[in-house]
Design a protein around this ligand. Sequence first.
Ligand SMILES: C[S@@+](CC[C@H](N)C(=O)[O-])C[C@H]1O[C@@H](n2cnc3c(N)ncnc32)[C@H](O)[C@@H]1O
Length: 214
Amino acid sequence: MIEKILTDFQRTKQDNNDDSLFYAQPRFVHHLDEGFRTRLTKFYKQLIPCESVVLDLMSSWVSHLPEDVVYKRVIGHGLNQIELEKNNRLDSFWVQDLNRAQKLPLEDSSVDFCLMVAAWQYLQQPEELAAELRRVIVPNGKLIVSFSNRAFWDKAPRIWIEGSDMDHINYIKAVLVSQGWSDIEYIAEDMGRTGIFKFIVKNSDPFFSVIATR
Ligand SMILES: C[S@@+](CC[C@H](N)C(=O)[O-])C[C@H]1O[C@@H](n2cnc3c(N)ncnc32)[C@H](O)[C@@H]1O
């Protein structure tokens, strides 16, 4: 029996149409700015050994893995087939709406690292997904959930749109703890200003990451 953290109300969102409709057209855009993406790639390089099996869950046309590291396998998942076909980091991928079904087409203990980027914020059934990820990730494998302060707000459930950055971290932690994940850590960084003329360019997207061990 899956322990529930969210109320039914907290799972509701403004746009209740099928998520697959919202993602039907490919979007070849970056959802996070360069400062965030560079930070994330550096973090992956430190944490994920080559020869790992990596699952990029809720992916798009880009992964944020370092280009110079060869992994054993990179498995992708998302909602838009055309975006995923363009993602040259993926060895394979599948399309699945995780708000409709959380069971993943992966073997038990078959993944070393699962990455979710700008993604958790759209989950309406995070408890089931956290339990399912625990099934597919190897003992001592890691789940890395990274995000900033942006979202398609109409598609994000109330738990996300009503929370602060720190609330988001605590919410993800609470779900992961409820499903048996351990050693949960987080990073919260204000990325500061970017560019040569620091006074005329905008602040980078803040960087948040929650890291949990199976
Ligand atoms: C803001 S994009 C981030 C994409 C990618 N992770 C990145 O860093 O560029 C959010 C992604 O979440 C995925 N997504 C959103 N709702 C989903 C759902 N209900 N089921 C599965 N994936 C979903 C889509 O594939 C979409 O590409």
